[in-house]
Design a protein around this ligand. Structure first.
Ligand code: SF4
Ligand code: SF4
Length: 231
């Protein structure tokens, strides 16, 4: 089994609901607390497993805002695991989820330097490394209804831009989406072989603004009538 996320860059609206749901769940779950520093003061900051970047691509009027959620990619060949001197960072054989054993982590930061995706954050309060767990305490919780055994970010996303599943199962929704929509890895050239995939934004046909604004014959007549009536 190889669990991970598919994120649809075409429908993500950058609302940050996934990041907030992640923070809420993981602050109250087994991994928490995700510390906030100066939450009500100047320059507040804190530990987030999931962050959303925003990019503008293309030139006006054919530009488009791309919202890009980023969290741990649960890489197949993750250097964050191999560089860890204490064995705190590990990748589970049974489902491919990359985790940090909080009791073994000494906060040396090696793993965050090894991660090219910026997916790890040192919690200065606990002195340990924190990262996306794929809501490991939720996806296996049999006391929850099956539909709720998904990461909090997936359940929360109002645009339904996030999908969770097993990439080793060719019939899973995530595998199908990757097949049908050319799901991409982020920076595959680095060789980490990330499990998470992104569905690229669809190419929209640009609206021919010049043509739309050019008045038609009927429009010209209407303008003339309006002017005459207004006199
Ligand atoms: S995204 Fe970063 S932290 Fe997550 S598995 Fe890959 S290298 Fe490790
Ligand atoms: S910060 Fe913790 S998890 Fe990361 S390499 Fe050091 S001991 Fe391992």
């Amino acid at each position: 089994m190889r669990l991970g996320l598919v994120i649809d860059l075409d429908t993500c609206v950058g609302c940050h609901a996934c990041a907030v749901a992640c923070k809420q769940w993981n602050t109250s779950g087994t991994t928490g607390p995700l510390t906030d520093y100066r939450p009500y003061g100047e320059d507040p900051s804190g530990v987030w497993f999931n962050r959303i970047r925003h990019y503008e691509v293309g030139d006006y009027p054919n530009s488009k805002t791309i919202n890009f959620p980023m969290s741990c990619m649960h890489c197949e060949d993750a250097d964050c695991v191999t560089v860890c001197p204490t064995g705190a960072s590990y990748k589970r054989k049974e489902d491919g989820v990359v985790l940090v054993d909080q009791t073994k982590c000494m906060g040396c930061n090696y793993c965050s330097w090894a991660c090219p995706y910026g997916a790890r954050e040192l919690d200065r309060e606990s002195g340990t490394m924190k990262k996306c767990t794929l809501c490991i305490d939720r996806i296996y919780d049999e006391s929850l209804a099956e539909i709720d055994r998904q990461p909090a970010c997936v359940i929360t996303c109002p645009a339904h831009a996030r999908f969770f599943g097993d990439f080793d199962d060719a019939d899973s929704e995530v595998s199908r989406l990757v097949r049908e929509r050319d799901g991409m890895q982020l920076m595959p050239e680095l060789g980490y072989n990330p499990t998470n995939r992104y569905l690229p934004p669809r190419i929209n046909t640009p609206i021919p603004t010049d043509d739309v604004r050019r008045p038609s014959l009927a429009g010209k007549v209407k303008q003339w009538v309006n002017k005459a009536v207004a006199r």
